[in-house]
Design a protein around this ligand. Structure first.
Ligand code: AP5
Ligand code: ZN
Length: 216
């Protein structure tokens, strides 16, 4: 099955997507990760999007739809997890078309509900492994040994350039203005499912597993 994880910055989309890859062999398609890879590899497109991302604004629909289109031609595993995409109504329409071309559909759109106050604490405590991408948090999910990734042993633990108070404010505004209309869009298509994103990581994972196993 193919699913979308929908929610504001810090809702836990990346954290849950990684668990689904591990547990079910699904394929994570994170436009945020793709854009960060493009920046790190110094491509022309990467240079263009870097400043936009650091300010916390959305990059153009054209760029992210192009990235998704390329990846959908690759292996699909046990289904795709769209993480951070779509983020605008035009992106949602483009995804419907791309899936139809492949003879596939989105089975469920999982909205991860959280309070803004919690998002600030989550984003300001986040760090990730530069080698394997595992996501950590200073308080809620620290590495077992300080400075060393639990998964791959790398010491390359990083904080994101856009994880500061000012960019987060812009990211939240972008979410409410441009992305939150997707809640109604998918509700009308009877594909919206809600989970309590404030629960512990394990409990959120269990709720998502229940949705996937309900044959949705
Ligand atoms: P992107 O990389 O998608 O960032 P985001 O949406 O802001 O989401 P985050 O990665 O910040 O949060 P998350 O929900 O994945 O939370 P996480 O699991 O890390 O996008 C970055 C930028 O790229 C955008 O601003 C934009 O410029 C551009 N972009 C990307 N896609 C685009 C698109 N489609 N269109 C246009 N532009 C696009 O968790 C956060 C923290 O909380 C972690 O520390 C984690 O350990 C902790 N945590 C997670 N779950 C829990 C829990 N249940 N309890 C306690 N702690 C938890
Ligand atoms: Zn690692």
């Amino acid at each position: 099955v193919n699913i979308i994880l929908l929610g504001p910055p810090g809702a836990g989309k990346g954290t849950q997507a990684r668990r689904l890859v591990e547990a079910r062999g699904m394929v994570q398609l994170s436009t945020g990760d793709m854009l960060r890879d493009a920046r790190n590899s110094g491509t022309e497109m990467g240079r263009r999007v870097a400043e936009v991302m650091d300010r916390g604004e959305l990059v153009t629909d054209e760029i992210v739809i192009g990235l998704i289109r390329e990846r959908l031609e690759g292996p699909e595993g046990a289904g795709f997890i769209f993480d951070g995409f779509p983020r605008t109504l035009p992106q949602a329409d483009a995804l419907e078309e791309l899936m139809a071309e492949l003879g596939q559909r989105i089975a469920a759109v999982i909205e991860m509900q959280v309070d803004d106050a919690v998002l600030v604490a989550r984003i300001s405590g986040r760090y990730t492994c530069g080698n394997c991408g595992e996501v950590y948090h200073d308080v809620t999910r620290p590495t077992k040994v300080v400075g060393i990734c639990d998964v791959c042993g790398s010491t390359d633990l990083r904080r994101r350039a856009d994880d500061n108070a000012e960019s987060l404010r812009t990211r939240l505004l972008e979410y409410y203005k441009k992305t939150s209309p997707l809640v109604g869009y998918y509700w009308a298509k009877e594909r919206l499912r809600r989970v309590d994103g404030l629960a512990e990581i394990e409990a959120v994972a269990a709720e998502i597993a229940a949705i996937l196993d309900s044959g949705q």
